[in-house]
Design a binder for this molecule. Structure first.
Ligand code: SF4
Length: 722
């Protein structure tokens, strides 16, 4: 029996895993209890992740579409055909005729993400789309505007905090990680609560965390900005604001002026929280010795995501909660995003062709992809490379995207399985599994609360003849004769020679591999020695390392070196919101929000995490509403209803509860799609319904272009007698 240590590559918690194998087969996966940056546990997706390795539907050879089936071919044939087709399309229509879509798992596969970016850079396309545009773009917009770098994610100093204001987050399930990482975050919050700290959860639903909070505030979805602005106004009006770094804050006057003009009664009505409550939490937050306000996806997924996350930062900044003990702070990790500036993520000024919006963190919004494929003109996307994504399910208005994908001249998919979004693929290219990789992900590991580094070890070999995703992407770039490294085509012969060497030695990393770049990158940061990283099987770094407070203010990369507290676009959008009437609810009286459970799949791991799941746990086909709304719409518990939005409709079963506030409907995300057996063309339906088809791809946050995955207005009508 062999044992290897790695981290789960399915979500950013990156739980440490201990993997036992025998004869290249995984026998057991357990949490790695010695991984200092892990919560020493795992969820169903990690626990069952090895089932994907030998799953009968797994793609392990390139597969070419012949009619409605796929046949296995060689990499040589795949690369020759794809390079010829991509080459012909870009030669005739320009580089932007080739688009890309990158899904969430690609962010946890450093080699694939890096080499895909290098391939796209080499080809020169600006038509890049990614999954961040349906959840985290609001944070990137806020970080770029306030701090000068879209990738700044501030960490939480949990163990020293006296007052937690948690908005739109359910850390018992999410682990309190989102572009930042807090191992055992919720347990540590509860430990602080036991020691006397106050925990305030702001959420329209009684989440697992809300049930344990000292206070639970239930605003309407998409109205956090109104609650936060009211708190900020109260703090200014009472002179409770304080900051130890006034010279580092630009725009404080503009924020004060905005708050001064705001009407507390109006704000209270907009979020549907009483003024007494807002006054109370504003005073408590401002006067707590140490406090933090944290906003997550519950805030970012709606049409006011940027406003909400921005005002969370403003609240923290005007009460001295940034770069202070018990507050939020920037951590220089194994790579330092602020030091690296534009070297790591070159700034792109790319504007989308049809809606004319500037890219965010290097990519355009998924909401814009269907029209970019179907609308003729210069720059129309005619070929697409989709890497580890299932956007028809995870994004808005999947039916529209599905129809658009069918129109492409060439769709190349890199994935472990053929999923709903891959129905029209011309080529299926095998996706590697994290249990097969020797890897280090310096980007992800730099979003940690303290410096850390871990070189993860492959537990099993790749299937015979299969290449890593990064190999395929590199080899495709070579076949296209594209300048793969820093735009320098003359380096291609060196890459090709290294590939030959790797074939001779049998060591894939003797060929030009991501390790050729990650190793010098890490060395240049100077945080850890490469030798030490390689020797530390559970990873390097101590979670208890105290933050170096002040780092953020010292390294700001804004034009004037100050926090830009009041970006003009934010101020203007907020002013607009203040003059708008509340949404008309006469036709669609409920607002749809999402939830996440530990024991559920997402739209990328359904094939394995559903294995063995009990019927009662398959809750993806239900819609939860308040009992009062049940009476209002004359529906009973368990009754089948049609749920309609202005975009689409579906059928679900009603769950009546007291856990969700009136006016709100809750449906889980990520259910209801097919996985295909490419050899037979037959699909298996994975249960539940895909509620994202109700979400429009036109109704988006104007600042982040994130669609309203939280907040879409819906109605329900009985379709059966309960
Ligand atoms: S998917 Fe589950 S096991 Fe994997 S990193 Fe995320 S929480 Fe951990």
């Amino acid at each position: 029996m062999n044992t290897s240590y790695t981290v789960c590559g399915i979500c950013e918690q990156a739980c440490g895993l201990k993997v036992s194998t025998e004869q290249n087969q995984v026998i057991k996966i357990e949490p790695d209890k010695d991984n200092a940056f892990s919560w020493r546990d795992y969820c169903i997706k990690g626990a069952k992740s090895h089932l994907a390795l030998t799953h009968p539907k797994r793609i392990t050879s390139p597969m070419k579409r012949i009619g409605d089936r796929y046949v296995e071919t060689s990499y040589e044939e795949a690369i020759a055909d794809i390079s010829a087709r991509f080459g012909a399309i870009t030669a005739e229509y320009g580089a932007n005729a080739l688009g890309s879509y990158t899904g969430n798992p690609n962010g946890f596969n450093f080699g694939s993400a890096l080499f895909q970016t290098m391939l796209l850079d080499a080809i020169g396309t600006e038509n890049r789309f990614w999954v961040g545009s349906i959840d985290q773009n609001a944070l990137h917009v806020v970080s770029e505007n306030l701090y000068g770098n879209p990738w700044v994610g501030l960490q939480t100093d949990i163990d020293y905090c006296d007052y937690f204001l948690l908005i739109g987050t359910n850390p018992q399930v999410s682990g309190m990680c989102w572009i930042s990482y807090s191992p055992d975050g919720w347990k540590r919050v509860l430990a602080r609560q036991k020691a006397g700290a106050e925990v305030v959860v702001v959420d329209p639903r009684t989440t697992e965390c809300a049930a344990k909070a000292n206070q639970h505030i239930t605003p309407l979805p998409e109205s956090d900005w109104a609650l936060l602005l009211a708190m900020i106004k109260i703090i200014f009006d009472n002179g409770w604001d304080k900051t130890s770094k006034p010279e580092k804050l630009d725009g404080l006057g503009a924020i004060k002026a905005l708050a001064q003009k705001a009407d507390l009664n109006d704000l209270s009505l907009r979020c549907d929280i009483s003024l007494d409550t807002i006054n109370r939490i504003a005073e408590q937050f401002a006067k707590a010795p140490r406090a933090m306000a944290v906003g997550r996806t519950g805030v970012s997924l709606g049409r006011n995501g940027v406003l909400g996350l921005w005002l969370v930062q403003v609240l923290n900044l005007i009460t001295n909660r940034v770069e202070t003990e018990g507050g939020i702070y920037y951590c220089s990790g194994v790579l330092d995003f602020l030091d690296a500036g534009d070297t790591l993520f070159p700034k792109s000024e790319a504007i989308s062709r049809l809606r004319g919006t500037k890219n965010i963190a290097g990519s355009h919004s998924l909401a814009e992809l269907p029209d970019e494929i179907t609308t003729p003109g210069i720059g129309q996307i005619r070929a697409l490379i989709m890497n580890s994504g299932n956007p028809v399910v995870s994004g808005p208005d999947g039916d529209k995207l599905d129809a658009a994908l069918a129109q492409l001249d060439c769709l190349v998919v890199i994935d472990q399985f053929q999923r709903e979004s891959h129905r029209h693929a011309d080529w299926l290219i095998p996706g590697d599994h994290f249990l097969e990789r020797n890897d280090i992900n310096p980007l992800l590991q730099s979003l940690s609360p303290a410096p850390r580094a871990q070189f993860t070890r492959a537990a099993v070999n790749l299937p015979d003849g299969m290449r890593y995703e990064w190999e395929f992407l590199r080899d495709l770039a070579m076949a296209m004769n594209a300048p793969f490294i820093m735009g320098k085509k003359w380096l291609n012969p060196i890459v090709k020679a290294s590939i030959k060497l790797a074939k001779l030695t049998g060591n894939k990393h003797h060929g030009f591999s991501p390790l050729w770049l990650s190793r010098p990158l890490i060395k240049s940061g100077g945080m850890f020695k490469w030798k030490d990283i390689k020797n530390a099987e559970h990873g390097l770094g101590e979670l208890s390392t105290r933050p170096n407070f002040g780092t953020l203010f010292n390294k700001l990369t804004t034009a004037n070196g100050k926090v830009n507290l009041a970006p003009t676009a934010f101020i203007n959008t907020l002013a607009e919101r203040l003059t708008q009437s509340p949404p008309d609810t006469s036709e669609y009286p409920l607002q749809l929000i999402g939830l996440r459970k530990m024991k559920m799949m997402n739209s990328w791991s359904v094939e394995t995490s559903m294995e063995g799941m009990k019927e009662r746990e398959l809750t993806g086909g239900s819609i939860e509403i308040n009992r009062l709304d049940g009476e209002r719409f004359s529906v009973n518990d368990g009754q089948e209803v049609t749920v309609s939005s202005a975009t689409n409709h579906l059928v679900a079963k009603v769950t009546l509860s007291d856990s969700v506030r009136p006016g709100v409907a809750v449906m889980q995300h990520g259910w209801g799609y097919r996985t295909f057996n490419p050899k037979t063309g037959k699909g298996t339906y994975n249960g539940g319904v895909n509620r994202n088809i109700l979400v429009s791809n036109k109704d988006v946050d104007p600042l982040s272009r994130v669609p309203r995955l939280n907040g879409t207005q819906v109605k329900i009508e009985a379709t059966s007698i309960a």
